[in-house]
Design a protein around this ligand. Structure first.
Ligand code: OAD
Ligand code: ZN
Length: 273
């Protein structure tokens, strides 16, 4: 608690605050994380699902897996961590939320000042020519990917329509080049969206306080952001029930859930102001 009060005082004096988020922030919305004991990468092999090679070899399998995740996300709601972050942006003159999450829950919670480093699962991206499709455009091209549609599908219907019913010829094709369109996320071996990445690093360098929340901080280049911030003089704060490779660089560590810690910080900050 004493720790928290000291952080609130520092925040009260700060203009430039940034937050990096990872899958842990959405864990309490019921979306599985990637690593850890119930992590997706323990159950599935990322090289068979989240690479260009896998998509070229078996686009149907990759799409079924993504539609399964999209449905899970469509049925989920933002939690108190997301809403606290959406509130936090109005408390500082300069604020940026940098997320590795592709679920769009920050946006749904009302965040406006954010970048999505790993893309967005409801958008489309042609792996051949690079053409991007917005969520709206893409759901018209591939109605199975529509968020509202997926949200309403029962388990039985999902099994029938997607797991059993989807065929390779039903997969969405690029309007420009005719290749299969994949989900709008960054896969292993792909580069991150240049504009988002640049902005994230510029902001990390200028931050007075930098939060790393719910991320295992092992996937590059996102994992370098807290270190870059720290080297440039930021106070580094970690919120994560588990230790990570960046924990020892942190000035403040909260070994608790994001959905408990962030709302406490925001409400204390409001009182402080
Ligand atoms: P990980 O699954 O690697 O890590 C999730 C982190 O969240 C772990 O450190 C957990 O301890 C922590 N955590 C779990 N529950 C939490 C809670 N309630 N509150 C706070 N923290 C909690 O997820 P990321 O670090 O986001 O890449 O993974 C980074 C990237 O690896 C992902 O963006 C994805 C994946 O491959 C792409 O899709 C490109
Ligand atoms: Zn194309």
């Amino acid at each position: 608690m004493e720790n928290l009060e000291r952080l609130i005082q520092l925040l009260g004096r700060s203009q430039f605050v940034s937050v990096l988020t990872g899958a842990g922030v959405s864990a309490e919305s019921g979306i599985p994380t990637f690593r850890g004991k119930d992590g997706l990468w323990n159950r599935y092999d990322p090289t068979e699902l989240a690479t260009l090679e896998a998509f070229e070899e078996n686009p149907l399998m990759v799409w079924k897996w993504y539609l399964w995740r999209m449905r899970l996300i469509a049925k989920a709601n933002p939690n108190h961590a997301h809403t606290a972050l959406a509130e936090m942006e109005s408390l500082f003159p300069e604020f940026l939320l940098i997320t590795q999450n592709v679920d769009g829950l920050h946006r749904r919670a009302g965040s406006k000042r954010f970048v999505e480093l790993h893309g967005n699962i409801f958008e489309g991206k042609c792996r051949y020519c690079g053409k991007r499709y917005s969520e709206e455009e893409f759901s018209r091209l591939f109605p199975l990917s529509d968020r509202e549609f997926l949200k309403r599908l029962t388990d039985e219907e999902f099994k029938e329509r997607v797991l059993e019913g989807l065929k390779e010829e039903d997969l969405p094709k690029c309007r420009w080049c005719g290749s299969f369109i994949g989900p709008g996320v960054v896969w292993f071996g792909e580069s991150l969206p240049e504009d988002a990445l640049q902005r994230a690093f510029q902001v990390a360098e200028k931050s007075e306080i930098f939060f790393s929340v719910g991320t295992s901080a092992v996937v590059q280049p996102a994992a370098s952001l807290p270190i870059v911030a720290k080297r440039n003089g930021a106070v580094l704060v970690e919120i994560n029930p588990e230790e990570t490779p960046i924990s020892s660089y942190c000035d403040f560590v909260f070994r608790d859930s994001a959905s408990k810690t962030l709302p406490s910080i925001v409400s204390m900050l409001r009182e402080h102001r």
